[in-house]
Design a binder for this molecule. Structure first.
Ligand code: ZN
Length: 303
């Protein structure tokens, strides 16, 4: 954290129960992750003000050149566009789950990135809408993929009441300055019995507990400001009149190459060795499904 950032910090109370009583969980590069003593929600406090939080989602966010040697906190993606096939394969699994509840209708993807999920859903007959605050990603989704996407935050879009059958938030809620307000807004724009699907890191998972401060998700304190567990996310959904239908652990497909790059965040030596092996065996573009059991997907219905 530098001097300018320190001046841009703000204290916030618990987004789930409004309490100000916290205990420290960990300190990552000067950012404090605390846990609410009342409800258990974990969050960064103090944190960068939303205006400077937004700065991270610039054109480098989905192609972060500093990813490999990042000494400070981690953020962004290695190379999102090149990973398209793997990302789409991951999304296909989630869309299949959604279609177990609902076969089609109007779907809103909040934080849709380059629009890969929307593109897939559209092919499957859904009427789609996306929101994306990163301008480069928004332009790609709009101009290249010709998808209806808006370049702002959900609350700014002012959709009509009961507009959508499904709203998805994939790897998004942990970035939001006020997740409770966003869930409330989603409830307003969902049709009766509408489905909300959230994927986010699970700080209550065994893997997260074992990895502690080495967990990739907490190293991203520059962008991740809330760390939910199954129980805190369920509480926030129930508080806003949602019924949780199902929770599953969320893995994803990687190329061997990018799985190794991620592995190097944890152990340079071991994954450096695996990298050499995979080069020799010519495996780097092969597809593998990785599930470290530290992310969850929650499906909830508006009641
Ligand atoms: Zn709380």
């Amino acid at each position: 954290m530098d001097y300018n950032e320190r001046r841009m910090m703000e204290f916030v109370s618990c987004n789930l129960c409004n309490s100000n009583s916290t205990k420290p969980l960990m300190n990552i590069n000067g950012f404090h992750i605390v846990k609410c003593r009342n409800c258990g929600l974990a969050y960064v406090n103090p944190r960068l003000k939303p205006v400077s939080l937004h700065k991270i989602y610039n054109k480098n966010y989905y192609k972060n050149p500093a990813f490999n040697g990042a000494k400070s906190s981690l953020w962004g993606y290695i190379e999102y566009l090149q990973e398209k096939d793997f990302i789409v394969a991951t999304f296909k699994k989630r869309l299949d789950q959604i279609e177990n509840y609902l076969k089609g209708g109007k779907l809103l993807d909040v934080g849709c990135a380059y629009g890969f999920f929307l593109e897939l859903a559209k092919k499957n007959g859904w009427q789609v809408q996306g929101m994306e605050i990163s301008e480069a990603a928004y332009r790609y989704a709009k101009n290249k993929l010709k998808l209806p996407v808006l370049n702002n935050a959900l609350e700014e879009a002012k959709f009509k009441n009961e507009s959508f059958d499904v709203v998805t938030l994939f790897d998004v809620i942990e970035h939001l300055p006020n997740p409770n307000a966003t869930i409330k807004e989603i409830r307003r724009i969902l049709k009766p019995n509408g489905l909300l699907v959230i994927t986010t890191p699970d700080i209550g998972s065994l893997s997260a507990k074992i990895l502690g401060r080495n967990w990739e998700e907490v190293k991203r304190v520059r962008e991740h400001i809330y760390f939910f567990s199954k129980s805190t996310l369920k509480s926030m959904l129930e508080l806003n009149n949602f019924k949780v239908l199902r929770t599953e652990s969320a893995g994803r497909y990687f190329s061997v190459d990018s799985a190794i790059k991620r592995g190097k965040i944890y152990n340079k030596k071991i994954f450096g060795f695996i990298e050499k092996l995979s080069d020799i065996l010519n495996l780097s573009n092969k597809r593998i499904y990785v599930n470290p059991f530290y992310k969850m997907t929650m499906y909830a219905r508006k009641i």
